[in-house]
Each structure stands twice: as structure tokens, then as C-alpha cells.
Design a protein around this ligand. Structure first.
Ligand code: NAP
Length: 290
């Protein structure tokens, strides 16, 4: 085991019960590295000084890797030396690492999402139309990865302006349009092969809510991907399953983005299997306690 402890962490506000320490600490053990993954809750009133202090610790080698979550995925960008092409295109950073003394901002949500989605899709069928619900930070990563993989994208959000602005921003990458969530019933959804929920609807404690109206039929044979992973089966997933569709939660994306981040920090291959096992054990322990 290397004697220098590896310090990793997550900055955001509020941080609540993050699963990231479980994922990354399991990967540290598997790679026989001492260290820890710390949560750095940072109140927005101290955002500038707090982020600068964490980045200074990265430059000094005291923190090896940092994840960034709401509300700092965009705020942190001007404080970094470089962005990866993915982070640049998505316009958000969720992972920071040091390379040749430079602070690099990356976005592993996009690749983590698509790596998890791909095995769920029907084989040998080319990408078709995807309907993305929500137009916030996570939707940006999803939209980017879908467009670069050849999907046509329709974004439906509760604010038309937000959906249209996102569509405009990504229009150079492929076919994309914006609409209103409340007007999905009047959209032609016949060609939709994938529905992605990128809103927090259905997330604990609001587990009864769903972005999909109860009276709206799902497009036949579409796959439903819910970025929400707490609870493990959301109301949207249940609605889709009852309609005979395949539906998956965002837990695999959470693991995927974490594994990619860990591989950037430690320069190792993606520890997806180790992290998946750790989250499974953690889930059954939590279940046993309830
Ligand atoms: P965000 O930047 O706040 O964006 C949320 C989007 O959902 C916005 O378009 C927002 O619209 C919309 N929205 C919020 N509440 C809504 C409601 N009640 N009805 C309709 N639309 C609503 O958040 P985010 O970072 O994109 O995260 C979205 C979800 O994805 C969260 O549940 C998060 O936990 C999950 N996520 C999962 C992963 C993963 O690895 N599985 C990764 C990232 C995010 P307004 O702007 O109008 O509020």
C-alpha cells in the first residue's frame, strides 16, 4: 500500500447524504491506496473564497481530486486553467484533476450517462429521437452525449425559454428542439425511442411525483432512463414498467461518472465493478437498518 494518503472530495451545497464517499473509498481500498473522500459543503455566501481555497489545496498537492456539484458546476469554470473538450461543450465541470501543474475541469456525467445507457438500448437499432425532460445542468450533459452519438433530441422543460436556449446552444451538434413539459400531450411522440428524466421529480422525499402525466400514453417500445436514483424505483419507472417499457434508474450513471473521475485522479482503469459492488452492499445495509 502506498504510504501517501490520497485526499479526494466533493464540493457543493447542500450536500445531504452523498453516496460518493462509499464509491470512492471502495475504489481506494481496491487499489490499495490509503486515503479518504471528504464532503466539502460550501455555503453560497462563501463560494468564491471557499472554491479558491480548495483549488489552492489541489495546486499544493493536498487534495488529489475534487468533484463539483450543484450550484458550482459552472461557477468554478473561470477558476480553472483548462477544460476538457467535453466540459467545454457541456458548459459544466463535475470533476477537477491536476495535470502537469494545471487544474483541469472535466465532465464525466456525459460519458457516465451514455456508458450506462448503451447496454440497455435494443441492439442493432440506430439512434432515433430522444425526449429529454428538464433543461438544467444534468440535462446539458445528457443532451451533449445523445447528440454526439447521433440521436435527435427534443427537450421539454417547464420553462419554454430554458428549453429553447438549451436547444439553440447545442444546435451545432445535431438536430435538437425545445418545448414545454406541459404540452407533451400535443407533441407527436411516435418516433421517440428514449425518454430521459433530467428533472428532480420523483426524488426522495417527493417520491410520488413524476414528470410524465398519468393520462399520457408512452411511445411504444421506448426505453425510459431516470437520472433520479433515490428511490431505486421511481414513480416514472413504475409508470413505464406498467406500460410494458424498459425503465432504468440513474444509479449506473452515478457509478459511471464516479469511476471515470477516479480513473482521472489515480490514473487507473475505471473501477466500475468495485463501485457497483460497494453501492450494492451499502444499499443492503441501509435496507437492513430500516
Ligand atoms: P438542475 O440544474 O437544478 O435542473 C433541474 C431541471 O429540472 C431544470 O430544468 C428545472 O427547471 C427542472 N425542474 C425542477 N423541478 C421541477 C418540477 N417540479 N417540475 C418540472 N421541472 C422541474 O438539476 P440537475 O443537476 O440538472 O439535476 C437534475 C436531476 O438529475 C436531480 O434529481 C439530480 O439528482 C439528478 N442527477 C443524477 C445524476 C446521476 O449520476 N444519476 C447526475 C446528475 C444529476 P427550473 O430551472 O425551472 O427549476
Amino acid at each position: 500500500m502506498s504510504s501517501v494518503p490520497v485526499q479526494l472530495g466533493l464540493v457543493g451545497w447542500p450536500l445531504g447524504h452523498s453516496l460518493s464517499p462509499v464509491l470512492h473509498e471502495a475504489a481506494l481500498v481496491a487499489h490499495q491506496r490509503k486515503g479518504a473522500y471528504r464532503l466539502y459543503p460550501l455555503h453560497p455566501d462563501e463560494a468564491e473564497s471557499g472554491l479558491q481555497s480548495l483549488l489552492a489545496q489541489m495546486r499544493a498537492g493536498e487534495i488529489r481530486g475534487l468533484n463539483v456539484t450543484i450550484p458550482y458546476k459552472q461557477t468554478v469554470i473561470p477558476m480553472l486553467d483548462q477544460l476538457t473538450p467535453t466540459a467545454q461543450s457541456v458548459g459544466a465541470v463535475n470533476t477537477i484533476y491536476v495535470s502537469n501543474g494545471q487544474l483541469i475541469g472535466d465532465n464525466t456525467d456525459a460519458e457516465g450517462f451514455y456508458q450506462d445507457l448503451e447496454p440497455v438500448l435494443p441492439p442493432y437499432i440506430p439512434p432515433g429521437t430522444a425526449l429529454v425532460l428538464g433543461a438544467g445542468g444534468a440535462a446539458r450533459a445528457v443532451v451533449y452525449s445523445l447528440l454526439v452519438h447521433g440521436w435527435q433530441v427534443v427537450v421539454a422543460a417547464r420553462r419554454l425559454k430554458q428549453a429553447e436556449e438549451l436547444a439553440e446552444e447545442f444546435s451545432e451538434l445535431g438536430s435538437i428542439s425545445g418545448g414545454l413539459l406541459s404540452e407533451m400531450a400535443s407533441m407527436d411522440l411516435t418516433d421517440v425511442k428514449l425518454i430521459v428524466n433530467a428533472t428532480p421529480m420523483g426524488m426522495s422525499p417527493n417520491v410520488e411525483s413524476s414528470p410524465w402525466p398519468a393520462t399520457l400514453p408512452f411511445p411504444a417500445d421506448a426505453v425510459v432512463y431516470d437520472l433520479v436514483y433515490n428511490p431505486g424505483v421511481t414513480t416514472l419507472m413504475r409508470q413505464a414498467q406498467e406500460a410494458g417499457l424498459k425503465a432504468v434508474s440513474g444509479l449506473g450513471m452515478l457509478v459511471g461518472q464516479a469511476a471515470l473521475a477516479f480513473s482521472r485522479w489515480l490514473e487507473v482503469s475505471h473501477p466500475v465493478a468495485v463501485m457497483t459492488e460497494a453501492i450494492g452492499k451499502h444499499g443492503s445495509k441501509q435496507g437492513a437498518r430500516q
